[in-house]
Structures are given as C-alpha cells and as structure tokens.
Design a binder for this molecule. Structure first.
Ligand code: GLU
Length: 478
C-alpha cells in the first residue's frame, strides 16, 4: 500500500489542516490557536552503536507537542519511515487524543529510523538501551516529565529495556517504573495493556452502534452482528480489533490486507489462523484457507460495511478516496486518512470514527498503568475479597428467604459464580476503558449533533479536545 502521493500535504500539515478546520469554528483568544497547534520542541539524536564489528549510526527523535499537562505521553516507533514530520504529527495527535479521553497528559511521540527486522534481539537491546540513555539524560524519559509507550515496531520487550535503563541511571527514584508504560506484567506492566488499543476499537464500535441515528448516518441499521469488516494491517492493533469483533460481537472479517497482499472471504476469515500464518511466514502469501489477492488496494476499495485501517498513516489519500466503498471507516491507525481524502469522503457521506478517539484505548490503559506504578499497588488488591464477602452476605440472605418461601425459586449456580467474584485487575482495566470510550464518544457526539456547523465526528472530536487544552492554558494564566 502506498503512502500519500506527493501532491498532498505532509502528515503534520494534514493534522494541522484538521485542527484548523475545528479551530475556525471556535472562539479562541487571539494567538492561543497557534500556541496550541505548534509543536513545542523536537529533539533529534544521532548515536552510534558498535554492531557486527563496526559502528552504526542511528537517528532518533522525541517530539513534545504540548506541555499544558505533564508528564507528556506518547509511544516510540521503530520504522524506516520515521522522520521529524512524522513524530511531530503523531505528537500533536497525542495531545488531542489525551484531551479527548481525559488522560491527564500533554502530547509527545518518539521514533527511531530503523527497520527492526534487520537486527537480532541482542542488537535491538543494545540499540534501544543507547537510545533510551540519550533520552533519559535529557528528561525525555521521566516519570513526571515524559512517559513513552509502545508504538509500531516496539512492544513490551523494548519498554522493559527502557524502564531498566532508567532504573540503572536513577537508582534512588522510587517511581522509576512509571517512566514508561506498556511494560510486561512482571516488570510493572498492567493486565490488558497489550490488547488495549484493539479492545478500545471494539468498545468504540459498540458505542457507535448504541446510537441508531449514527448507524443510520453510515447507511446501516441494527447491531454489529453480521457486519462485514475489512481490516488493513494485522499487527497488534488490527489483530486484536478483528479478533474481538469477530469472536465477541458476531462481525465478519471479510478482508485482511497486509504488506504483501490481501485475503478475501465473504463468509468471514478466521482471524486467529490468519495471524498464526502471518507470524510464521512473514506475510499472507500462500495462506490456504481463503482467496488471496495480490493487489491489497483492490480489497481496501471493495464492498464492506466497515473499513478499519490499522497500520500506516496516509493509506487513504487523494488517489483512492473516491474508490472506497465502505460507508463507515474507523481509524485504528494514527492518520490513515489524509486531510484531502477526509474532504472527499465527507462529501460522499462516509462516516469516519477518527483516530484521536478510535485508537485512544492504548493511551487510556497506559494511564492506568502509570497510576498503578505511582501507587505501587495492583488495582483491586485491597477491595477484591471484601467485595466478595459483601456479595456473599447478599446471597446468604437471598437463600435464607428462598428457604423461608419454601424453595419457590432458586438462584442459578452461574449467577452465583458471576455475582460472587470480585473484580481483578483485568476486569477493572476493561471497565475503565469501556467507560472512557463511551464517555469520549458521547462528548464528540454532543458536538456533532448539537451544532449545525459541525458535520463530522473528527471536527467534533477536535473541538472537544482543543477546548480542553485551551481551558488548561487559561487556568495557567496564558
Ligand atoms: N502509541 C500509542 C498511541 O499512539 C500509545 C501511546 C501511549 O500509550 O502512551 O496512542
């Protein structure tokens, strides 16, 4: 899949255009609009690592978009496409995303220009530790200043190395673990973070389908059950979203697009099997249980109910926006639709659930992890058994009444089990994420339906986010 064509604005300009569209409908004090839009600073580092007998030089970035709240937050990406424009765009999106889901952070993003598949695990550890060292030295990784997380090309493993590097350099910092989120459970992580962005996508779609008016605007009726979904990118986000939507909501994943082509099956693909094949073979080619199509673009433009771009930015652009047949697009990736494509799709009546909302599940659960690290206790540890004991009291009383009434009715064993069980960390994380996704959607929706001059969810989301950032600045006396 090609990135946006050259006649389009860059990714950062594209985000700015979307910002401007919303800001034009707001009444911000003079100068504040620009203050919010611009990126506060970008640090570029070039460092050398001795690998395979010679020194290799790497280029990395950490952009800080807005410090209206601190720490600032956002992932670190490892990809050959990483450059300053990209990290600035992604950092800006983090500011708006955090504001929309009420995660108390400013926006930041980092990147290392590298193809991680070119290096073995030991080499990646050396590179990551060196990159982290450079950022830690400048407080660009710090529990109260700047808290990275995984992004494309990074995961739990890299976060564990970074956290360990921070702890080595700050041996007496009791909050060291809060310097980065997305860590493995045994290194201070939280249950449910790995799948959080995919889970957030599921909760976002469930919330959308709770509003028949909104579903109708996207040319559909009914629930998620039986809806045909095409997913572009079966990485961590695309895989989990596709898995949950097909296994738990009855949706059919009719198409999956990857780097080397696509799979198509109108009766629904088995996400687990496709993912398995992808991991073992590095691509979809040769997958025996579905029609494979060499031209991924054709599948992206084919008929479906919901299209979920879950990989790179700029994949829906001026070249293909006219051909997209989906009536509802959910941006699980950051920036998959360029500003120009957004205009085209909107004029065609396509409903877009925008990135700043749709993929905010990751940072939401990162927020929970950061709070867990600062409080030094697992969620639910104090309450769980007490909750169970109180539920037991209610059950005992119900059973006593039942006997008194001559066994007229019985509590089913499955009800008893479910009711008795106190919530563990994973359940609490899911509950917090679900609530966040519902509340954030409703705040966007109020603006979308409540104002005649707002005709799309993206503009509505930006208005809600910008208003909150502006309020923060006003409270600081700016
Ligand atoms: N990289 C993810 C994003 O783009 C997660 C950021 C975080 O958890 O801080 O939202």
């Amino acid at each position: 899949m090609s990135a946006a064509p050259a006649n389009e604005p860059t990714f950062r300009q594209s985000v700015d255009l979307m910002f401007n569209r919303a800001a034009a409908l707001m009444d911000l004090p003079p100068g504040l609009e620009e203050k919010i839009r611009v990126c506060n600073g970008v640090y570029t580092v070039r460092f050398g690592v001795r690998l395979r007998g010679q020194i290799q030089t790497f280029t990395g970035y950490r952009a800080v978009h807005s410090e209206h709240m601190e720490p600032v937050k956002g992932g670190i990406r490892y990809a050959p496409s990483v450059d300053q424009d990209e990290v600035e765009a992604l950092a800006a999106l983090m500011t708006y995303k955090c504001a929309l889901v009420e995660a108390p952070f400013g926006g930041s993003k980092g990147g290392l220009c590298i193809d991680p598949r070119d290096y073995d695990e030991h080499e990646l550890e050396q590179i990551t530790r060196r990159f982290a060292y450079e950022l830690i030295k400048r407080d660009l990784i710090h529990p109260s200043q700047n808290v990275p997380a995984p992004d494309m090309g990074t995961g739990e493993r890299e976060m564990a190395w970074m956290a360990d590097q921070y702890a080595r350099m700050n041996t007496t910092d009791i909050n060291a673990r809060a310097c980065v989120t997305g860590k493995p459970l045994n290194a201070g992580g939280i249950a449910g973070r790995v799948e959080a962005t995919g889970r957030g996508v599921q909760y976002a779609l469930r919330e959308f389908f709770r509003h028949p008016e909104d579903v109708l605007a996207a040319g559909m009726t009914g629930s998620l059950d039986g809806k045909r979904i095409i997913v572009q990118g079966l990485g961590n986000v695309g895989y989990h979203a596709a898995k949950f939507l097909s296994e738990e909501d009855g949706a059919k994943i009719t198409g999956i697009i990857e780097r080397d082509g696509a799979l198509y099956d109108p009766s629904g693909l088995n996400v687990e099997k496709v993912r398995d094949w992808l991991i073992r073979h590095g691509g979809l080619t040769g997958y025996p249980e579905a029609n494979s199509v060499a031209d991924g673009e054709a599948v992206m433009e084919s008929d479906c109910d919901i299209l979920i771009p879950a990989a790179l930015e700029g994949v829906i652009n001026l070249t293909n926006a006219h051909n997209i047949q989906a009536k509802l697009i959910l941006e699980a990736a950051n920036g998959p639709i360029t500003a120009g494509a957004d205009d085209i799709l909107r004029s065609r009546g396509v409903v877009i659930i925008p990135d700043l909302y749709a993929n905010a599940g990751g940072v939401t659960v990162s927020y929970f992890e950061w709070v867990k690290n600062l409080s030094h206790i697992r969620f639910g540890r104090m309450q769980r058994r007490q909750e169970e004991a109180r539920h037991q009291l209610v059950l005992d009383e119900l059973e006593r009444l039942d006997h008194a009434m001559g066994d007229a009715w019985n509590l089913s064993p499955s009800f008893k089990d479910k009711y008795l069980r106190g919530a563990d960390e994973l359940e609490l994380v899911r509950s917090g994420l679900d609530d966040t996704m519902r509340t954030a959607y409703q705040s966007m929706r109020e603006v979308w339906h409540g104002r005649n001059d707002v005709t799309d969810l993206r503009t509505a989301g930006f208005i809600v986010a910008i208003e909150r950032v502006a309020r923060s600045y006003r409270a600081k006396g700016l």
